[in-house]
Write a protein that binds this ligand. Sequence first.
Ligand code: C2G
Length: 131
Amino acid sequence: MKTVITYGTFDLLHAGHINILRRAKEMGDYLIVAISSDEFNALKGKKAYYSFEDRKMILEAIKYVDKVIPEDNWEQKIEDVQKYNVDLFVMGHDWEGKFDFLSDYCEVCYLPRTEGISTTKIKEDLKQVQR
Ligand code: C2G
């Protein structure tokens, strides 16, 4: 069984998130998603609209996702890869090169992002509508 892992905030879930989750799952048999805790988001300089609990529940409802774990810090990836016997680490190509150190432990793959959509864009577009 080929285990895949990916990491992210996954706030205000949109087609870009679904596209990467679908592609990550298609590259293996079992997909683990490490979802950023509210505290880690603060470290990333992000404030998610949905709480960790809600973002976790939403991700767990997606057919491509087999397991959701918390992402609490930048340093946990090697431990996660070893703990869950991960074969493949996948991220959008906005992270190209940032996690190459994991290639000592598993395959590393950066996939093209979905153009034209982001949580930030959704928030900005909604602000425009309200004006
Ligand atoms: N993504 C994408 N296309 C978009 C938007 C996002 O493919 N239009 C991908 C990102 O490249 C990432 C995943 O969806 O792989 C989750 O994106 P975010 O929720 O923005 O996660 P991020 O803040 O990039 O956190 O340790 C890694 C970090 O936790 C990644």
